[in-house]
Design a protein. Structure first.
Ligand code: GLY
Length: 242
């Protein structure tokens, strides 16, 4: 699939599931706590915080992003760049963990046709519920669900603001290396494709977490990373998008 087809396929999948397709917001956000739009969720921050009512309970976007928080990785890895597009599906107090995981797995394995045995998932170390959904409902073997700490699997958009535990889907470039040692930090073997954030807290300046009024879903799939995998090229720079 071309990058354009991947983008359209993602948006159409979620539009068919009652998500409103919205255009990408400006790279220069209204939000004064960040310099640039770093993720698909940024334009929705006031909704997650209960400061603005959503026009729709579900939305899907392909958001243009500049990931200032990953900028030190640019030029060091084959998968980080300054500018990229993040595909996302969002629920504003509507569906939550179980549905986000079910649709996430469906689009990756049934629509983009990635073989389940090339996929590994991670969950926040304390999130037994996400672990159980992946294991019991989706059928992922327990050893292919990695529990990870706050740095990797608790998503925050900045020092303060809406946040929550997350669960990520990784693609395995080298399944022949076996399951004995699965190290998701090994970027010669794994690439994170899709992050499902269970957005349910607000973090204040002192680091305290307060439950949000609603349980929300915020997701991010790297368009260029998905293109790299589906186009079978060695890095993001060699996809048709770049
Ligand atoms: N908001 C989810 C992500 O950027 O990964």
């Amino acid at each position: 699939l071309s990058g354009r087809e991947i983008r359209e396929t993602f948006l159409n999948f979620f539009a068919a599931r009652q998500h409103h397709i919205l255009p990408s917001a400006s790279l220069v956000p209204e939000d004064p706590t960040v310099l640039l739009t770093i993720a698909g969720m940024l334009p929705f921050k006031p909704i997650f915080l209960g400061q603005r009512s959503p026009d729709f309970p579900r939305a899907t976007t392909s958001q243009k992003c500049i990931r200032t928080n990953d900028i030190e990785n640019v030029g060091r890895t084959a998968r980080h760049h300054t500018f990229f597009e993040m595909l996302g599906n969002f629920s504003f107090g509507d569906y939550f963990k179980e549905q986000a995981i079910a649709w996430g797995w469906e689009i990756v394995t049934k629509v983009f046709s990635l073989p389940p045995d090339r996929l590994i998932v991670s969950v926040f170390e304390q999130d037994d519920e996400a672990f159980q959904i992946w294991h019991e409902q989706v059928g992922i073997p327990a050893h292919r669900i990695q529990r990870m700490g706050e740095d990797d699997n608790f998503w925050v958009s900045g020092p303060t603001g809406p946040c929550g535990p997350c669960s990520e889907i990784y693609y395995d470039f080298h399944p022949e290396q076996g399951d004995a040692t699965i190290d998701l930090e090994d970027d010669s073997r794994f690439i994170e494709l899709y992050n499902l954030v269970f957005m349910q807290y607000n973090r204040d300046v002192a680091g305290n977490l307060t439950p949000l009024q609603n349980q929300n879903i915020d997701t991010g799939m790297g368009l260029e990373r998905m293109a790299q995998v589906l186009q079978g090229v060695p890095n993001n720079y060699e996809t048709d998008l770049i």
